[in-house]
Design a protein around this ligand. Structure first.
Ligand code: APR
Length: 308
């Protein structure tokens, strides 16, 4: 395999689980972990690399002692920041995580100038926008991980409701990564059959509500935010980029006129490949969905305005 190097900034629950998932699925040749708490990055890098002794293809797991040690990555995943606790919304993290994002973005551009960046830190859409502004990079290289996870959560609730195998369920969640997100039943399907042709309105309404509160449900039980499904969702995006797979994955990206919005990020279906966002897919939307997307954009732009 040609050299494929993935950097992960923030070796906490999401960052380390992502490294483990990437290593288990043998997606890249090298992973390098950086954390402000150096021992966390070192300890987890050693532990994860030792786990690869049972793999058919070894993945080297390195650690960076300083941001300058994380050089020439093909992809950098940013999970640095604080996760939300019970009774917190993702927006409560705005202040503290924005300072961290500004700092790490500067270093990514300096030490991995060709990297595609996947932002995971919350509030996701706002942090992705901030990264775009701070980096000065082309918008196809900055991608927020949200839709992949929210869609996986929607598929989980559809599987629970229908007792069908979740591997045949493909869901689509658009909009913000927050309370206003838009799980879309008419473009979510089980083996190609839209779910609104298979189950009734009240079941669909329950699925939508459960999906919207999917993250909060986990926070309630764990007292911190989720990490297995987020890590697997990030892995899917990394795989699509490194393998140039051109798969459609809803993601938070900077819009420049698409769907009638500009100068904002928003969760929309995109094609992921070697250049990051290869294409933004513009779906024809029912009026009620468009109105709800307008609300998402207002909410994201309000938070962006607080930042500046
Ligand atoms: N540079 C590098 N690492 C940092 C920095 C920084 N400036 N600031 C914090 N970190 C590290 C912390 O030391 C910690 O190890 O980021 C890591 C975050 O890990 P966790 O606290 O375990 O949080 P996690 O659950 O992984 O969530 C991280 O992802 O889903 C989002 O909302 C979540 O914003 C949060 C992020």
């Amino acid at each position: 395999m040609l050299k494929r190097k993935v950097g992960i900034i923030g070796a906490g629950l999401v960052g380390a689980t992502t490294a483990y998932s990437l290593a288990m699925l043998e997606i890249c040749t090298e992973i390098i972990l950086y954390d402000i708490v150096t021992d966390v990055a070192i300890g987890k890098a050693i532990d994860i690399e030792q786990s690869t002794s049972f793999s058919s293809k070894a993945t080297i797991i390195n650690y960076a002692l300083t941001p300058a040690d994380m050089i020439n990555c093909d992809i950098v995943i940013v999970t640095a920041g604080v996760p939300r606790k019970a009774n917190m919304t993702r927006n409560d993290l705005l202040d503290i995580n924005s300072k961290i994002i500004k700092d790490v973005t500067k270093n990514i551009v300096k030490y991995s100038p060709k990297a595609i960046i996947i932002c995971v830190s919350n509030p996701l859409d706002v942090m992705t926008y901030l990264m775009y502004k701070e980096s000065g990079l082309e918008r196809n290289r900055i991608i927020g991980m949200a839709g992949a996870l929210d869609s996986a959560r929607m598929s989980y609730y559809i599987a629970k409701k229908t007792a069908m195998d979740s591997s045949q369920i493909k869901s689509m969640v658009l909009g913000e990564h927050g309370e206003k997100m838009l799980p879309c039943p008419t473009i979510s399907a089980i083996s190609g059959v839209p779910i609104n042709q298979l189950i009734g309105k009240s079941d669909i309404d329950n699925i939508i509500e459960d999906t919207k509160s999917g993250g909060a449900t986990i926070v309630k039980h764990l007292k911190t935010s989720a990490y297995y499904a987020p890590a697997r969702a990030i892995t899917e995006m990394v795989s699509a980029i490194l393998n140039d797979s051109k798969v459609i994955i809803p993601s938070s990206v900077v819009l420049d006129g698409e769907y009638g919005y500009r100068d904002t990020t928003l969760g929309v279906p995109v094609v992921l490949g070697r250049n990051g966002v290869e294409k933004i897919i513009e779906l024809p939307l029912e009026e009620s969905i468009k109105t709800q997307l307008d609300d998402c954009v207002i909410s994201i732009k309000d938070s962006i305005a607080i930042l500046s």
